[in-house]
Design a binder for this molecule. Structure first.
Ligand code: SF4
Length: 333
């Protein structure tokens, strides 16, 4: 399957690849923009990502380690691991510390993490704890609820708050090529009697991280994967794993991993992970976040929380007003 895909992309006959050692082929596929001192800017193609995602785990580990070494050396060891206590950043932290044992983990305590995640972070060594300057409640009051997706919450916020007629029209009706528009199915939220915005992540997570990076001079390793979302895939295709030439340089050396690789790595290496996964939660992150809740399959995160964390459920549904928002979205809880 892979050779077929590769031959299409390179526009050559499969036979011409015969004889080329497999490992050399893999090295060619892994040549990246950022490996060229950040000078070249050619993008990664979708087929390259697919190929990388189809590699066996041992090979992914090898190439991830190369990215980690590259990032560490070019930043003269001034690096840290963005650690959420979830399984992806647990794997990333392990990979980084296998190579450089003293690299710190940085955890942002938003007040929205599951108790099981908090416990796991407390048990992890060398973790720096940061806090946002604003509480989640204040963010909801000042900016609005994080609903649907980052992209669409931003559009809804702009429709209601921008002073630019041009931008509002683009968000409502699309730009010249019809792009940038809020999808029709979410337009009813324009008239919702609660605020909606995409600002939460930026206030609760990004700002504390940027402040830490400014003071410490350290650059982050982040455990995101292209398979997580279309936004992350687009970003990876543009930049690759190690992105130096940007306002906020970041390394995402697990970009070409899949969720199954994460589980395999945890099991093979016998690494402890948060017990939250044993309660049936596939994704962790912020307990009260509504981004993507309409896509939850079967029992959604709030229905599950009702059984596993009734105190937190009551607080978010009744005190934070999440129940009212879920009602408007026609989501059961
Ligand atoms: S994941 Fe959701 S709740 Fe958490 S900081 Fe981002 S928007 Fe807010």
């Amino acid at each position: 399957m892979f050779l077929g895909c590769l031959s299409c992309a390179l526009n050559v006959e499969v036979e011409t690849l015969g004889g080329m050692p497999y490992q050399l082929l893999v090295r060619l596929i892994f040549v990246e923009t950022a490996d060229m001192n950040g000078i070249k800017t050619h993008k990664i193609q979708s087929w390259q990502l697919q190929f990388r995602q189809s590699l066996p785990l041992w090979m992914k580990i090898r190439y991830t380690e190369k990215r980690i070494v590259d990032w560490y050396e070019r930043n003269h060891g001034k690096v840290y691991v963005a650690f959420s206590g979830g399984k992806d950043s647990t794997v990333l932290l392990h990979l980084v510390r296998e190579l450089y044992s003293s690299v710190p983990a940085v955890f942002i305590n938003t007040g929205l993490e599951y108790p099981e995640i908090m416990q796991f972070v407390r048990e992890t060594e060398n973790v720096i704890w940061l806090c946002p300057k604003m509480s989640f409640k204040k963010v909801l009051e000042k900016y609005g609820y994080p609903v649907v997706s980052k992209e669409n919450a931003q559009k809804l916020y702009e429709i209601k708050n921008t002073k630019s007629d041009k931008l509002r029209n683009i968000r409502l009706f699309g730009g010249e090529k019809g792009n940038g528009k809020l999808p029709e199915k979410w337009k009813f939220l324009i008239d919702a009697d609660f605020k909606i915005s995409d600002k939460c992540c930026s206030v609760m997570k990004k700002r504390p991280a940027l402040a830490y990076e400014k003071i410490s001079g350290k650059k982050p390793f982040i455990g995101t994967m292209a398979a997580d979302s279309s936004l992350r895939k687009i970003s990876y295709l543009k930049t690759g794993c190690n992105f130096f030439k940007t306002k906020r340089p970041v390394s995402t050396p697990l970009s070409f991993w899949l969720e199954s690789d994460i589980w395999d790595y945890l099991r093979i290496k016998k690494i402890p992970y948060s017990t939250i996964y044993d309660l049936g939660f596939e994704r962790t992150g912020c307990m009260f976040c509504m981004f993507g809740v309409h896509l939850d399959k079967g029992e959604n995160r709030f229905q599950r929380m009702k059984k596993t964390h009734p105190k937190q459920y009551d607080y978010c549904i009744n005190k934070l007003g999440i129940g009212k928002v879920l009602d408007a979205l026609h989501i059961c809880y």
